[in-house]
Design a protein around this ligand. Sequence first.
Ligand code: NAI
Length: 695
Amino acid sequence: MSADYVVNGSVAVITLNNPPVNGLGLATRTAAVEGLRKAQADAAVKAIVITGAGKAFSGGADIKEFNSPKALTEPTLHTLINVVENSAKPVVAAIHSVCMGGGLELALGCNYRVALPGAQIALPEVKLGLLPGAGGTQRLPRMIGLEKAINMIVSGTPILSEKLADTALFDEVFATGSDLLASAIAFANNVADVRPLPKVRDRKVHYPNHEAFLQFTRNTVKAMSGAFPAPIECVETVAASVTHKFEDGIKFERERFLHLIQTPESKALRHAFFAERVASKVPDVPADTPTREIRQAAVIGAGTMGGGIAMNFVNAGIPVVLLETKQEALDKGIATIRKNYENTMKKGKLTQEKFDQRVGLISGTLSYADIAQADIVVEAVFEDMGVKETVFTQLDEVMKPGAILASNTSTLDVDQIAGFTRRPQDVIGTHFFSPANVMKLLEIVRGKATGKDVLATTLALSKKLKKTGVVSGVCDGFIGNRMIEQYSRQAGFLLEEGCLPEQVDKAVEKFGFAMGPFRMGDLAGNDIGWYIRKRRYVEKPEIVYSKTADLLCEMGRFGQKTGAGWYDYKAGDRKAYANQAVNEMIVKHSADIGVERRKISDQEIVERLVYSLVNEGARILEEGIAMRASDIDMVYLTGYGFPVYRGGPMFYADTVGLFNVLIAMEKYAKGRHGDAWTPAPLLVKLAAEGKGFNS
Ligand code: NAI
């Protein structure tokens, strides 16, 4: 049973019961329709209340039914809502906690809606590249007005029930702490004899001069959503609630929904939705693997990353001690953290009380003795094996048995680092991304000896810190940076062959990346890549890089931090302005190396950058560094600004077709530095079998 039926006096109560959020799966829909039939047939029943058990009224469609024929098996959500709307007896939705998507559409099919304060009300379908497909676009504007409905449906953002108390959506929002069911039954008894039954569909949407408003909205939404089609489709469909009769509006909604569900963008978003959930699953580390308790943390190094990492612990309520070698560096690191929280408070996003709490959880020290009792220590010192050795040798001496010893290294060998200790099973890589207090991605690097309980604990911790944890094996650069290296190399070659930074960035940003490679370089600091390349020139002289980035650094142009990089920046403004001297340097460099510059299309730019990621991703997959293609996608979606509606590089390659990707790569292999395009054997194999990375 996934909906319960009881009769309370003259009121039948149908309680949706499908944990965790009463998803409207087939069994729940069937049981709800069955309950409605029973209530119609029972002469003693005068009114019906629909509510939800546990933590929600209903979170909407059952995700387990996504991409399965079950979603279309009768009774569908449409049928359920029709049965509700055509009930001869009044139906009251009693809403609490969560009422989203199909759950809200079901409530809108009811004659009345009552709620507790604090319930999250939303139509979030746009986040999966869809629009509400069970009448939401037609019924919501009839209850909260055109403008509010467009805002809710285009953004997908939840609104608290009390904030909607003054709209027609709710007949009553009860006082906090009320007994929802008792109040809803009392309400149902009161309206049991009212006829005609009020129906949302019978109302009209009034908006003076709606055409002007809709045109303005279309322009704004188009400008903001670029190549992502769902938001503008949401606008057009909600617009039909004003311009069409109800039945025609519903038909239009259905048509646009069926169109969107087939778009690559929606498929990509649904892929990302599942990819995020599966990323925390490691086949040989089952869910019941014991974990270690994390009550106290320490961070070594209070620089750029150490400060941000410490904030993550504090935000999750875990006290943290920062360790530095010099008092000055420690004071500076703690002052930066304070300043960050002060800025958040100034923006009104943190109360004084929370500020005091957070700052109170941070302390600093110069002595290892003060961190010995921490349950986890994250090292974030300079990216130098010698320094890492000094730190890990000391950690091994002082840390209590069972403490997790984590390194935030972005390129170094975690197994070698583990070898500096007598407890390699306790060592793991936790690669945070900058700014560490903001970025969602946490690459969890599993060393050869890392204990299963240490991995399970770190995965659980990543959830607690509100990160998307993705497990990577040990290799130079792990998943993300190893792939980005190939991308950056192509970006450099494009400059040598005829592009300027602006053209490359614009092409990739039009594809949907948050930032092109050169604006990204300016943000991260071009000197970091320079430092890494200098190491590579010695360690791996066979790898060829364009010299343009080195020449840029030789000009002292490290990026935004020096006010000048590939572009110029004005103080207090992140906007990038092209710089003539940089562009001249690029053109001159082509001449110096004897390359005749040519016009390069945006398509070539995007293909070379994205397919270079795909090819390296395929190698990472076949070497077992990543467990699944979708993990690689998660890394790129949450750490590198890859457009979420393209699903990540591996999913995008599947969308294009691996055969087509290979053909393009063969073409580029005939150009300069063609050896960069040697296809990964896995890519060749899957393309020959007509398969994709994710299928
Ligand atoms: P940073 O130079 O800003 O900070 C390093 C801090 O460590 C400095 O405050 C320094 O005083 C301190 N330190 C150096 N040796 C120490 C020792 N023996 N004991 C205690 N403290 C010591 O460096 P950043 O950027 O924070 O990088 C730290 C680590 O994080 C590196 O391994 C880096 O590769 C990695 N990383 C950096 C990212 C970035 O975007 N900056 C991103 C991801 C990882």
